[in-house]
Design a protein around this ligand. Sequence first.
Ligand SMILES: Nc1ncnc2c1ncn2[C@@H]1O[C@H](COP(=O)(O)OP(=O)(O)OP(=O)(O)O)[C@@H](O)[C@H]1O
Ligand SMILES: [Mg+2]
Length: 147
Amino acid sequence: MKKTVLTSSPDETLEFGRKLGAVLKKGDVVAMDGDLGAGKTLMTRGICEGMGLDPEWVQSPTFTIVNEYVAEGKTPLFHFDTYRLSGEEDFLASGLDEYFYRDGVVVIEWAALIEPLLPEGALRINISGTGDQRTIELEFPEGRFDI
Ligand SMILES: Nc1ncnc2c1ncn2[C@@H]1O[C@H](COP(=O)(O)OP(=O)(O)OP(=O)(O)O)[C@@H](O)[C@H]1O
Ligand SMILES: [Mg+2]
């Protein structure tokens, strides 16, 4: 299933992220792509807030590949930025695929880098655009995400 969302400001992207975060469930994987500065981290911040977690925690994981956002009584969010990985072998060698089987939501920035490892049911998001305009393209299995 495909869906396209257009936003005209960072706030609108954040708001869409919140909506998405509110419907995500344990085991869901959100695989994001888009150029530098497209809005992947901003979208993740919205998702985090929509899941009832503190959006202030969301930073691009600069020195680590994954950040874990965890709070009592909430579904954890595992936030990946694979930018610094050399490829899927690197991901596997570090045992990071283990996160796909944990009781949380996984969000991946630069998901194309580990393309062959992405679970079949993943929600694919591509963000593109210039200035304040963004085109957010979503692709997911029929009936899987209530968005
Ligand atoms: N409509 C919009 N949606 C999202 N971001 C926008 C929009 N308009 C402008 N921006 C700006 O684009 C930037 C997005 O930055 P962000 O860190 O989220 O991108 P990113 O895709 O995570 O980049 P990187 O590849 O470096 O991790 C912010 O500076 C934000 O203010
Ligand atoms: Mg980022």
